[in-house]
Design a binder for this molecule. Structure first.
Ligand code: KIV
Length: 282
């Protein structure tokens, strides 16, 4: 049985915290689920960490659908949330079509959408149609061009607007809210006020849950970790060392050994084949 939005609501009501982690492919999904992550987000952060772009804007619905299929194949119990890319929910009809693809083609259990205000009626419509929606406020990377890559809602006006948006999204039926790069005191207040789980990233320890990006958590990039990320391992270094060892062994003729070589041929088979091609004594 997969984790449901009701399981997450129960965790919130019991005051139990949970982790969410991004995943973009089958093998990382297998690992994350085996490690006990109950919610996997197929995030449009793939634009940054998988596609090597400076932002998330070029990620397409097809990219997320394909990655979601892989993550779903790699999991049996995790709730898989598909991120709605830039402009894929710009109006109700477009949102319904694209969220529908995430669910029916991708196999997602829910979708995530950035923004408050204009997004609220779209959230309500999707929820009415049976699509669970995770909301996302604070720093919303798809709007980096207009809001700037910085901590959001630092003043009273920003905080008031964010709280109003959070409450409106909950009222519209969102089952959880991601808060990215907002002051910890504000995130704590939102988590206290909402009955749905508030999932923080760069939003302090008082959120009901946390989300991290796979590559940041595992230290896949040299010296490239956002301040809000904790590197739990140096997998990038371990991978580089392993690949360098492979390079060295191939160059030295030390790989492959007999152990990695294919089975021996039947006795005389090669001589017979060569004889057939080149004649006797070849
Ligand atoms: O795309 C993503 O990875 C996200 C998380 C950072 C919340 O939206």
């Amino acid at each position: 049985m997969r984790t449901t939005v009701f399981d997450l609501a129960k965790l919130k009501s019991e005051g139990r915290r949970f982790p969410m982690l991004t995943a973009y492919d089958y093998s990382s999904a297998l690992i994350a689920e085996a490690a006990g992550v109950p919610v996997l987000l197929v995030g449009d952060s793939m634009g940054n960490v998988v596609h090597g772009r400076g932002d998330t804007l070029s990620v397409t619905v097809d990219d997320i659908v394909r990655a979601t299929q892989s993550v779903v194949r790699g999991t049996q119990t995790a709730l898989v949330v598909a991120d709605m890319p830039f402009l894929s929910f710009r109006d109700e009809a477009t949102a319904i079509a694209n969220a529908g693809r995430m669910m029916s083609d991708g196999g997602a259990g829910a979708v995530k959408m950035e923004g408050g205000g204009a997004v609220v009626p779209i959230v309500r419509r999707l929820v009415d149609l049976g699509i669970p929606v995770m909301a996302h406020l604070g720093f919303t990377p798809q709007s980096a061009g207009t809001i700037g890559l910085k901590v959001q809602a630092k003043d009273a006006e920003g905080a008031r607007a964010l709280i109003a948006d959070a409450e409106a999204l909950q009222a519209a039926g969102a089952f959880a809210l991601v808060l990215e790069l907002v002051p910890a005191q504000l995130a704590a207040e939102v988590a206290r006020r909402l009955t749905i789980p508030v999932i923080g990233i760069g939003a302090g320890p008082e959120c009901d849950a946390q989300v991290q990006v796979w590559h940041d958590l595992l230290g896949l990039f040299d010296g490239r970790s956002p301040r809000h990320a904790k590197r739990y391992a140096e997998i990038g270094r371990a991978m580089r060392e392993a690949v360098a060892a492979y390079v060295g062994e191939v160059e030295a003729g030390a790989f492959p050994t007999d152990a990695q070589s294919s089975r021996k041929m039947e006795d005389g088979a090669l001589d017979e084949a060569l004889g057939a091609i080149y004649g006797k004594g070849a």
